[in-house]
Structure formats: C-alpha cells, structure tokens
Design a protein around this ligand. Structure first.
Ligand code: MG
Length: 458
C-alpha cells in the first residue's frame, strides 16, 4: 500500500499479505467500506490466493460490524462476482484479489451496484472514513448477517452464452487449450467451453494459490507452455487468463501469441460491423490499430487515461458498449462494462464460427504495427517537471496529454512517454509500421528524457 494517505491504487487496495495487508487492517477496511455502504447488502468473493479466505473473513467481520449483510459467494472469477452484483441486485461487492500480482500479494476491490469498480470520488470517501476513523459501528442488535450465495458461476456462464451464437459455435467442435494459471478461471471457463461444444485441454488446471505453473500475469514470456501445447495437440487456439480471470491472452493454431489490443481490435471490427457509429473506449497506451478499425468500420474512438477502472467509468458515463486494453482486458457492455476473460473467449469463438476462419487468418488480416518499449529511471520528485518540459518541447507536434505525453507522427508512428504510477521510472511505448522506426523512436525519446532529467538534477 502507498505511504501517503491513500488506500486505493489504480485497481483497488493492494499489498503483501500479512505484511501490508494483515487481517487487522482488513477488518478496519471492511468497517470503512461498511460505513460507506450504510448497512447495505454486499457480495463477498475471492480468488485462489492462499491468503484470500483469511482476508475475506476479516473483511466480512468489518462489514457485519457496521451493519452490512454479506452474501458469501466464495471462490470465483472477478467478473463472475461483478455479474452476480447485477443479477442479485445487491448494493455492491467486495472482492479479495490481487489480480495479476505475484502470489505473495493480495488486494481488496470494491464494486458498486452496477458491478463496476468504485469511482475515485467514492474511494476517497472510504479513505476518509478509514484515516479519520469515523467508522459507524452497529448496535449489538443490528449487526449484519452473512449467508452463503451458491451458484453464481452457473448464472455467469449462462449469461455469457446469451451473447453468442451457441449453435454455430457448437457445430465447429473447437479444440481449445486453457491456461488459467491454477486460479479461478478454471472454475468458469472449462464449463463455458463444454457448453459451447469444445474439446478442452487444460494447463495449470488445478486450483493452487502458490501458482506453481506460472505467474498469474499472462505475459508473453509466461505463455510458452501454452503456445507449445496448442501446436502439440493440434488445437484451434489457446487462451491464458490472469489470476482473477478478467483478462485473456490468445494463441493462434500456429502457436503465435498475440498481445491484447490485437484480439480487442478483432472484437471491435465485428462489433462495429453490427453496431456502426458506436463509441469504442480504450486507454491512450493502446495500439493505433484500435483507431484504424474504428475509422474503417464507422466507430467513434475515445482515448482515456491508462487503467481499467477509468475505461469502465468512461464507458458508463458515455453509455459506450465496448472497451478494451492492450493487456487483454475487454469490456463488453451488452454483458457487463467490466473486463471479462470468459466473455472475451466466447466472443472470439463467435467470430471464428461465423466467419469460418482460423484465428491466425482473422488476426493476420488486421493492420500490422511493430511495438517497442523502453524505460528510463526518474526520481519521483522530478516526474512532474520532466513531463512539463517534455510537453513544452513537443508542442508543435500532434500530441495528447491525457496520460503522460503521446505523440502522433505523420507516418502513423506514435510514442507514449508516461510516468509509472508505481515505480520511479518513465515508460516509453513506441509503435510504427516498421521495427526499425519503432526502435528509433524509443532511442530518440530515451535520450531526450535522460537529458531532461539530467538538466533538472543539476
Ligand atoms: Mg485481473
């Protein structure tokens, strides 16, 4: 957790289990959340981490102590819990998960009555209650109660199926390799795929909070086993999920792994064909590919700051039906405006079934870009001044300052220079039609940044 008076980071409260996030703190956080919700009814669920049941019990104590009733849904994917909020019409949910973070971490995510994570303004209210200790305990005779809530994963899977052509997909008998990183994706995805007539091969299919198979973040370097297995068994595709199964990364039948904005662009293309004129919401760190597809198929692109909560909140505000991120998060509004790994998987199969094409062909047909990344160390105290100076330097160019500085060049190449929210570094993301150009951009802006930082230090 951050040392300044903040509890919430970019996606809920996160910290090392039993070091930063102890049961004592979790009880107090539960009390602050309960005070904020004013005696409502909240769903509580958690991911497969070793510390999750312990922290869930502590949070529930706090919620009950402040008069909130709890429906305990148990272990489940984050999007299944978010969907349960809508379906059960509760006031919200508290989800114990650290998503893609390493096994020793955990987190507390708070969801509003529409299933979407709280806005920053709402988080501030909880932080105020927590730090100013204005918790409102209930009297002994009006404490909250806790009841079990079984069956939410069945409801979730059934809901996803209503958004795709089950008959068409079933006829294809797709063979899919699923790697849910020994976590909660295993509780929903195989069930969904079976209902869609697929043959399933699982990797890391048992639930194990130590994540023995791979780290919970579906990064390219963690997915070699998946890519090899897809080829070895001759599957139609492979799919990997993060620790709480809201993000999904795909591998085509040839074993090639795609980063998330590629699959998002594919979903965007077919969504816009059916829904021309709709708004598409994506962070400024996403590929120009998303803009190309929006332009080609009559969509209106809305760039946001980086972060899934911002995308969801922006979709809510604009009543947009589709959002996506380069890390594999796709927000399909007709189902729910939050990232959802199983929903994304069903959408990809739906596109494959209706076109009759292989995944490699569908993704290969999209415009191609080369992406290069870099980072430059920068003390926290200089970050703001660096950004100001850099923005002034590039003023004549086509820029956006939604989050860091993004520059669009005439030849369709771009670079995003953005201070990290968690580390003393600047991150650089360049994209171009050739690898050489992307590399050049990273090199050029690394030098620029280093020079700026040096001048500000002296
Ligand atoms: Mg996640």
């Amino acid at each position: 957790m951050q040392s300044s008076k903040r509890l919430f980071g970019t996606n809920g409260i996160r910290g090392l289990a039993n070091k930063e996030l102890t049961p004592e703190i979790a009880i107090k956080i539960g009390c602050a959340i309960g005070t904020f919700f004013k005696r409502g009814t909240l769903i509580v669920g958690y991911d497969a981490r070793t510390s999750s049941p312990m922290l869930a019990k502590a949070v529930i104590s706090g919620l009950n102590a402040t008069g909130c009733n709890v429906l305990l849904a148990g272990m489940a994917p984050t999007p299944a819990l978010q969907y349960a909020v809508k379906r059960q019409r509760t006031d919200g949910a508290v989800i114990i998960t650290a998503s893609h973070n390493p096994p020793e971490y955990n987190g507390i995510k708070v969801v509003w009555n529409d299933g979407i994570e709280l806005s920053r303004e709402q988080e501030i209210q909880i932080e105020k209650i927590f730090f100013q200790e204005t918790i409102r305990y209930a009297e002994w005779n009006s404490l909250g109660e806790t009841q079990e809530l079984p069956g939410i994963i069945d409801d979730y899977v059934e809901a996803i199926k209503t958004h795709v052509d089950v008959t068409k997909i079933t006829k294809k008998h797709y063979h899919i390799v699923v790697d849910a990183a020994n976590s909660v994706g295993n509780l929903a995805v195989p069930r969904l795929l079976r209902d869609l007539g697929c043959k399933i091969t699982t990797l890391n299919g048992n639930i194990d909070g130590t994540f023995p198979g791979r780290l919970p973040e579906p990064r390219l370097e963690n997915l070699n086993d998946l890519a090899l297995t897809v080829k070895a068994v001759g599957a139609d595709l492979g799919v990997a999920y993060d620790g709480d199964a809201d993000r999904s990364i795909f591998v085509d039948e040839k074993g090639e792994i795609y980063w998330g904005d590629k699959t998002f662009a594919l979903i965007e293309k077919y969504f816009l064909q059916d829904n021309p004129g709709e708004k598409i919401v994506t962070p400024v760190s996403s590929s120009t590919l998303i803009k190309d597809v929006a332009d080609a198929y009559g969509g209106e692109l809305v760039w946001t700051k980086v972060g899934s909560v911002t995308v969801a909140q922006t979709m809510k505000k604009l009543k947009a039906k589709l959002g996506g991120e380069e890390n594999g998060g796709v927000f399909y509004g007709p189902h729910q405006s939050v990232r959802d790994g199983a929903m994304t998987t069903a959408l990809i199969l739906d596109i494959m079934a209706r076109t009759g094409e292989k995944l490699s062909k569908l993704l290969g047909d999209l415009p191609q870009y080369f992406i290069e990344k870099g980072k430059v160390e920068c003390p926290e105290t200089l970050k703001e001044a660096v950004l100001k100076k850099l923005t002034a330097q590039v003023k004549g160019l086509k820029i956006s300052t939604i989050d860091g500085v993004k520059i669009w060049f005439e030849d369709k190449s771009t670079i995003l220079v953005r201070p990290s929210g968690t580390e003393p570094i600047y991150r650089l993301y360049a994209e171009a039609k050739s690898e050489r150009k992307a590399l050049e951009l990273v090199r050029e802006y690394t030098l620029k940044l280093e020079k700026l930082i040096k001048s500000l230090k002296s």
